[in-house]
Design a protein around this ligand. Structure first.
Ligand code: 6PG
Length: 247
């Protein structure tokens, strides 16, 4: 991926620096918007340090909690009580202590199929946005956080899955996952994820080096296809970029 005006690759020393840089970028986006703010969180292990950092006094005291709404980019079809549930992880580390419940927007998982969950979340997003048509001049999200899996997936959009080319639906059910955990998923699609001021990837660890190299070289993998209509930033640590384990 060639870095251009809208896409930057930023290298930091290690996962702690990654979390700190991500937290500062999220705060900058929050502080730039004096009205209602929408942040789309991500699951997996990469954002855990970020969420824990945002919960510390230095950050949480600067967040206008009543004006910030929290969404999630993809979910595993497990109940909120399951440790695999992405939004439950974010709630535990950050949201439940500070965010008004009405501002937390989980993807509903429970009895319904992942297609039904997707349809319900589409309605929730469109109601929040105030239209079922996205306008490039009015992004849905201020920030979309993203991770990248070992196969180059992002959110729950896996290589060569139909969701790769989805342009109509905002949210889709994904019946089978390409990597663990092998449970059905629900995922926002590229056009909806793109509707943001900033898309912020976090990638750490030498085990991500091979797939990161392929994605940055422009291979047609989901993580390469995911772009913001605004600014896309890849925050990567030294180990992920060099392939050498950190000391
Ligand atoms: C999920 C995710 C997924 C994740 C990547 C990276 O539900 O699993 O949202 O897209 O971000 O797989 O995961 P790690 O951070 O654990 O490497």
């Amino acid at each position: 991926m060639a870095a251009d005006d809208h896409c930057d690759v930023i290298m930091v020393a290690d996962p702690a620096a990654l979390a700190e840089t991500a937290a500062d970028r999220v705060m900058a986006r929050i502080e730039a918007n004096q009205a209602r703010i929408a942040i789309c969180l991500t699951g997996g292990s990469s954002p855990k340090q970020l969420y824990a950092l945002l919960a510390t006094d230095a950050y949480r005291s600067r967040i206008p909690w009543d004006r910030v709404h929290w969404f999630i980019g993809d979910e595993r079809a497990v109940p909120p009580s399951d440790p695999l549930n992405n939004m439950a992880m974010a709630r535990r580390l950050l949201l439940d202590a500070f965010a008004p419940t009405a501002n937390i927007h989980p993807i509903p998982t429970g009895a319904e199929s992942s297609e039904d969950s997707a349809a319900r979340y589409t309605r929730e997003l469109a109601t929040f946005y105030g239209s079922d048509r996205l306008d490039e001049a009015r992004p849905l999200f201020d920030v979309v956080l993203m991770g990248m899996g070992p196969d180059g997936h992002t959110a729950s959009i896996f290589p060569d899955y139909p969701a790769m080319t989805e342009t109509e639906h905002w949210v889709v059910g994904v019946p089978t996952a390409n990597v663990a955990p092998f449970v059905p998923r629900v995922s926002l699609t590229f056009p909806v994820l793109a509707s943001c001021r900033e898309m912020l990837f976090q990638v750490a660890g030498h085990d991500k080096h091979a797939i990161l190299t392929r994605v940055l070289a422009g291979e047609n993998l989901p993580a390469h296809r995911a772009r913001s209509n605004g600014h896309t930033v890849w925050l990567v640590d030294k180990a992920a970029l060099s392939g050498e384990p950190s000391l």
